[in-house]
Design a binder for this molecule. Sequence first.
Ligand SMILES: [Zn+2]
Length: 1113
Amino acid sequence: MKTSRNLQFLIVLIAVSSAFGFGIQSNYEGPDQVELSLLEPAIVLDPVDGISRWWYTPSRKAHIFRHNYPKNVETKPKQGEDLRLPGNILPRLYNIRLLPFIEVGNWTTDGYVEISVDCIISTVNISINSLDLTIDQASITVTDELTGSPIPVINFIDEQSTRELITLQVAQPLTVGGRYKITMKYISILNTLLTGFYRSDYEENGETKYLAVSDFEATSARRAFPCFDEPTMKANFTVTLGRKETWTSASNMPLIRTEPMVGVPGFVWDYYETSVTMSTYLVAFLVSEFVGIPSDPGLSNVEFRIWARADARNLTDYARNIGPRVLEFFESFYAIDYPLPKQDMAAIPDFAAGAMENWGLITYREQYLLTDPSTASARSFQFAAIIIAHELSHQWFGNLVTMDWWNALWLNEGFASYMEYIGTDAVEPDFKMNDQFIIENLQYVFGVDALETSRPINIEVNTPAEINSMFDAISYEKGSCVIRMCADFIGFDTFQRGLTRYLNDNAYSNAGQDNLWAALQTQADLENVVLPATIKEIMDTWTYKMGFPFITVTRDYQTGGALVTQERFLLRKSNDSTDPIVYQWWVPLTYTSDYTQTTKRDWLPVDQVSKTLSNLGASANQWVIFNIDQQNYYRVAYDTANYALIRDQLMMDHQQFSDNNRGQLVDDAFNLALVELIPYATALDLTLYLKYERDYVPWHAVLTELNYIDTMLYNFVEFPNWKNYMTSIVEPYYTSIGFAETQSDPHLEKLSRIDAMNWACRLGVADCVQNSLSTYALLMSQPENLLQIVSPNEKSTILRTAIENGGQTEYDFAFNQYKATGDNSFLVAMCASKQATVLSGLLEMLLDPNSGILRSDVNTVFNNIANNPIGNELALDFLINRWNDIQNALGVTYFPTWYRYVCTRQNTQAGLDKLIQLRDAHLIILGNSNSVKQGIETVETNIKWVSLNEGEIGTWLVANQPARMPKMLYEQQTSKESDKTCNKIRYISSNIWPFKPSVNTGPLTRTLLIHASHLNMKLGLIILFGLVAIAAIQPVAETAAVPVDDVAMEAEDSAIDMMPDESALKIIMHKLEHWLKKCYKKGGCREDYGHHSYGHQSYGYGSYGHGGYGYGK
Ligand SMILES: [Zn+2]
């Protein structure tokens, strides 16, 4: 099963957020259920994707909503083996006939099942899984298939409510080797739990339409028909579905024929072919008014169809095109034909998981399968491709060969989460999914797996609740990471042939991870792959131990060798851990000093904490990188000297390292700094090169990390320096990509633009702000043309920026759009206002049912205000001061969640005191809540982080203030004369040089900052015409502004890496009286904010390739 992931663009997630709550399984009860159902994907305006909800640890990579089954919820008490079937009877063939009545007032399904079984161990008890079924006891028969003679059933034991099974006691023992047929009739209800055989609805032409659809994984087939509901108990299934003659149905296999239903006018029976041998959880039914739209038959040998509501038929193009192509790819990759004659994929309006890989009838949450080219973001397309590839890869991994029990769920899900990248890459190479793996899967799951509360990939599970808890990031993402690591150390081609061997050896059957290791070992031995231990010995350390190591590389610059050590990486260490496990692994080491050479390989054995590598093959002044392309599942820390060598290489030519390793370097460094393993200064040093970085992967990796610092420093004195620094690295990235998106832009450029715009606008980069404002202005004049004016990739940033920088008009327009269209991305944007009065007003509106804010959006509003740096304190005060009013208007359910939302940004003792006071004042509601505990823990962690790191980061920022022009002055016009002079003067030292460009201004300022380097400037030579003379230009290394009356100037030389040594003073102001007077008259220059600065002429300093001014296009 594929669960909900974070890859969707903001608007899509807003639309689905309600489904998350609805999707929580019914077996989760207690306070957490309510809280979790409220924790919709937070629309936090962060640089990752604008949508991620973070885990409560400071690692920004983990967020809890990617998976539908929350793992930290209370599960039912263990009932252990008592819930397992005895295995004395095994099914061979099911004949299932279902007639669902799908109408208001009657949601019953008439069911009939015949199960042909083999007796393995003689018994008088036939136990069959069954849940919430009303069995017609009089209809039960047991027959000896060989003789045809009936065997009396003398007792019927119904344990559905406890053990989820029924037991038929027969009069005489069934004999070993005997074949029997069991039949019974029953009634089930089409539930609204989104599991079993359930009902869903949708609107079409103003009319509510209903449908019945199944979703069985892991243990819900028993809700639809009595069955042996364990993955090893495979059988064949012959399905017959009854429906209204105007409706349609679908199941795993092709339809054979349709016949009128005798005695029920207007109804028909659809008879389906008998299935291949498979597990119960893969059986699927769909009865609906959907239409099935076929793919182009030329794309695949397999008949391919998309089922969707009739209105949505034009949204199926992408899935219809990509599905068959991915299927064809997997057939050749696995070297095994797809076993069924057809593949259907259905778009279900209400669906708990993201999708489900039922063999031959894959079901999807509607918005994941259907893509509207006019509204879908680049991420939506990527997600559709990924999820389709994931489910199709399951047709082999999971369906053809199934894990033998749920403890090995990762064999299904880890593989599918790995193969989704390979499958998508095959049909959408432009997406560069193999490059994105490290940020989407690996660095993400590091955040979860670095907690002491993580779990091993493979653990014992028995109860349905325990089984459902396995559908988490450890099975999916960590599973995919260790598989990728294994493929790397045995070699990808050997790995691929080993997979084919494994699938063929275990086809139509079950396997555990040992079967996989055995098949890979056989292949590796055949191909003479040399390993230090068996694949099983190596991989067992990664699948049976939770967590992962960090590797410390300490080079010996004399000998050319290095000491390599392993230690578990933990985000927090508790002092009282009694865990007896030795956290060491078989660690594959890969390293290089030159990517054009073959990667060097070695191993750190499981029984060794450290090992000396005698020769790294690098000279003392050469860098060394470990964990090439982050193929392996661990972090790497280096000695100081090697970090310096890496930093210097990044500054000189960062492309000497692969994209993945650049993404790894920054992600590792900030996480190591977070747990005090390296200084923050070292991590920050690695960001200096980012002004040259143009690739998506390293940027996306680092922005996620930098966002935490940004959040923490916001209210501290270091923030202006931090903001300057961030602007200096983000602006060149933004400028290189530009604001305008075109359809033909490469996929990763679109994703880069989302990140770059998000940050550039937030940092106030004028081009981004101005373009957002003018786009919004156009939208205000033609709201009906939203889709033409605003790209879905840019929508959230443009709307947010317009609200942040606009006034009442922009705000009113957003609110009207929200009220008129229900598009709550406008509402989310409103919460980004920088005006406290506006935010307070929004909070007050939550209490007023007639305010225009829908009840379903109340949580979204509070969350986004709490995450707004200006709104955070207001939100806390609102909770404190308006508790009773909130309770009267909205009840108590929101309190714990809202409490936690507020905690995310809090990082002072005063704030913590206030929060604890609030909790203590409402102990009944807040006292026992996990959300509240996690919230307080977050604040404590934040406070500790600030006390440890604020000073160090502040010092680093002072030393590394950028040589960038603040956006106070914009060159408006440069005379040709000065251009010429300028170009000439670059090569002439010791000259007196008059240079007179005119400039425009941004906000009112007392400081004029000008780049200059190695210039002999003299007091009094620089004049602001008409107002005041400027002096005090220091020739070098003066970073502090020197105020002189109303205006000051400053020179600095830290831009030296952008300029030749003899570079000239680039601008000298004149004509400034004009703007200054204007500004003073208005009380500020904000209205002039860069209005005339676009389309300025460049200085013609082409050699300053990295855009030293930051605003050249
Ligand atoms: Zn899956």
